[in-house]
Design a protein around this ligand. Structure first.
Ligand code: ZN
Length: 672
């Protein structure tokens, strides 16, 4: 019997044959797909024919088709519906897939062919998309060190291995510090804590073999403790312990590791010919260079700092009304801010939820996509990979666009968080391939399923990523859908969230699941007003971290990162009662791997763009302005990575993104 993963898909949309795929099929399917891919790559590298775009790049695009198909199904299932067998296979596959990827980029004859094409690129009569794909392939090889030889190549390999070890060590130290610290809470120390915090503290105590509740350093426990505990002495102890993670001396101290990691990164960038690690990391991003990142962050910094300082003055008054003298401290901010929130913006989540059923919000998501892009959604019969998964055929004017799967409910087999993945990406090379796109969330299942405001926002966010995949219209899978710069990829998703806050969308769709009544206007207004609360604090703690991350990777690596951190914070004048969101010894984004090193800014970069992109609709007079929606699809959603991010943006907006819409969205404009 043939392996269902290796067979072409089923039905009119060639979906994976979910009903017949078993866990036993994955390992042999990967083995077959990997050896097919290896053979294809070897054939490309070794052909005696002179290199051409078709026999090199086109061929590489098609070389891993089977592997893509098998991996598309497997990696989706291992995140959304894991089993012990799938977890074991994940561990087994990780080194095999990594080895294959490095075999490809270290394949010298293959690189020689790509380099030949690159050097002759002006004579090849390539389409714009082909030229872009060639550039991205060439840079991928260069950036991984394919052009290095002899001692330099060896050093590069050694640096990569060292960095992998050191960043793993960094995460493990952090975990150890987070695991080891706890403090038992006596009965009278539970004062003021809501039931859910007390319950979480009891569960944490039981987990640690204690008879009573304990405070731990887990964010989901310590943040509400800092918000609700009236005991200033305990808040100080808790806050200091929380912010000392990775800096407690001894074996788990991360400070020396951070210095080592930064030095190796600088060496790696220099070997590749870049002046700094930041220059290396930012080259493929929309930001391109450190100066651009700094400029944007500083444009937001000043208004954010002014707002935070105004808030600090109010919170200090509240502190003094409590009979305390002296300054507002870092462990006071969340406590007084929560009190102020209740006084100024309180609304009852429980009263809101009946208006936000999953069905109602899905209708809102689909209706918005229909009004903006003319998409229609028709339910599809399963079976899909789990009974909770629902499917829709997405069409436009009767033409098939994509298959969309929604996997919305939490279950033990699903990892936490929410994400969008393509089980199959759009492409046209070798025949039109339309995508299969999955949105995975972790909503509490209920009858009906009622969402919180944050949940509903997540639904819109992930669907924005799904649109980026579904509306993709490129030839090469390498640049399809969400295959764009990291500081650009959150634009479509964060932008889509804005439509949830369009009053007419909530008025039309946020209806009581039992009575069908529209959300009361007063509730709607409170909801919209609450979204800008305490954004001075949030923005300041974020930007402080982003600027330190940037400073670490520009120029020579600091020998003493803690001193460098202090220098950066002094320079920008960080308000006394606010600290970095992530200080160096526990800045996992930056040191537990390469992902967000010199890239922590990208969250805010995307937010500046999504706010400005939505402003384009407002300027055109309507959130559903037809011409603007058309331009958004043509210039951004359909082109994937086939156009550089800054060019795609300019084609859509005609000017660089301004920070004013973000400042307005965060309530940071016109701070008194
Ligand atoms: Zn996202």
């Amino acid at each position: 019997m043939t392996n269902p993963l290796l067979a072409p898909g089923k039905g009119p949309f060639a979906l994976p044959d979910f009903a017949h795929i078993t866990d036993d099929d994955f390992a042999p399917a990967f083995e077959a797909a990997l050896s097919e891919a290896r053979a294809n790559i070897a054939a490309i590298a070794e052909t005696p024919d002179a290199p051409s775009f078709a026999n090199t790049i086109d061929a590489m695009e098609l070389a891993e088709a089977t592997l893509d198909r098998v991996a598309g199904v497997f990696y989706n299932l291992s995140g959304a519906d894991s089993t012990p067998a799938r977890e074991a296979l994940m561990r087994d596959l990780a080194p095999k897939m990594a080895a294959f990827a490095s075999e490809v980029t270290m394949n010298r004859p293959l690189f020689a062919r790509i380099e030949t094409l690159w050097n002759a690129r002006d004579t090849l009569e390539l389409t714009c998309e082909q030229a872009r794909v060639l550039e991205l392939y060439y840079k991928m090889f260069i950036r991984s060190g394919a052009a290095l030889e002899g001692a330099e190549a060896e050093r590069m390999t050694a640096i990569k291995a060292l960095l992998a070890v050191l960043s793993t060590q960094f995460s493990q130290n952090l975990l150890a510090d987070e695991r080891d610290w706890f403090r038992t809470l006596a009965e009278d120390e539970l004062e003021g804590l809501p039931d859910f915090v007390v319950e979480a503290a009891k569960a944490a105590g039981a987990e640690r073999g204690q008879s009573g509740p304990v405070l731990t350093l887990s964010r989901s426990l310590i943040v509400p403790f800092l918000q609700f505990s009236p005991r200033r002495d305990l808040r100080e102890i808790a806050y200091e312990a929380w912010t000392a993670r990775g800096a407690n001396g001894g074996e788990t101290d991360n400070r020396a590791l951070a210095a080592e990691i930064l030095a190796l990164r600088e060496e790696r960038a220099k070997l590749l010919g870049y002046e700094s690690f930041a220059a290396y990391k930012l080259e493929p991003e929309m930001a391109k260079e450190p100066a651009q990142v700094r400029e944007l962050l500083m444009r937001v910094w000043e208004p954010a700092k002014a707002a935070a300082e105004a808030d600090a003055a109010k919170l200090t008054e509240m502190l003094q009304e409590d009979g305390l003298n002296g300054d507002l401290e870092a462990w006071d901010w969340r406590y007084y801010s929560e009190k102020r929130r209740v006084a100024e913006h309180d609304f009852d989540e429980a009263a809101l939820k009946p208006y936000l059923s999953l069905e109602a919000m899905l209708n809102a998501v689909f209706d918005t996509a229909n009004r903006l892009f003319g998409l229609d959604f028709k339910p599809l019969d399963g079976p899909f990979y789990h009974p909770d998964v629902r499917g829709w055929e997405v069409t436009r004017g009767g033409k098939h666009i994509a298959v969309f799967l929604g996997d919305y409910f939490a279950r033990a087999s699903k990892r936490s968080g929410a994400w969008c993945s393509a089980m199959r990406s759009q492409s046209k090379l070798g025949g039109e391939t339309r995508p299969i796109v999955v949105n995975v969330c972790n909503f509490a299942k209920g009858d009906p399923c009622l969402l919180s405001y944050d949940d509903a926002r997540t639904l819109f966010h992930e669907f924005g990523h799904a649109l980026h995949q579904m509306l993709s219209d490129v030839t090469y899978q390498f640049v399809s859908g969400t295959s764009v710069a990291r500081d650009f990829v959150e634009l479509p998703s964060q932008l889509y969230e804005h439509w949830m806050e369009v009053p007419e969308v909530l008025q039309k769709h946020a209806r009581h699941w039992q009575t069908g009544a529209a959300m009361p206007e007063a509730l709607l207004q409170k909801l919209l007003a609450a979204s800008t609360y305490d954004q001075g604090f949030a923005t300041v703690e974020f930007i402080a971290s982003a600027l330190v991350d940037l400073a670490f990777h520009e120029g020579a690596a600091p020998k003493d990162p803690m001193a460098k951190q202090a220098e950066v914070l002094a320079e920008i004048g960080l308000p006394k009662a606010i600290r970095m969101r992530h200080a160096t010894p526990h800045f996992g984004h930056v040191f537990s791997g390469d992902g967000y090193s010199s890239g922590y800014y990208s969250y805010m970069w995307s937010e500046v763009m999504d706010a400005d992109a939505f402003a384009a609709f407002e300027e055109a007079g309507s959130p559903f302005d037809e011409a603007t929606a058309k331009r958004l699809e043509e210039c951004i959603l359909s082109v994937g990575g086939s156009v550089p991010a800054d060019a795609a943006w300019m084609a859509f907006r005609g000017k660089k993104p301004g920070v004013e819409p973000l400042l307005r969205g965060r309530g940071l404009l016109d701070v008194a």
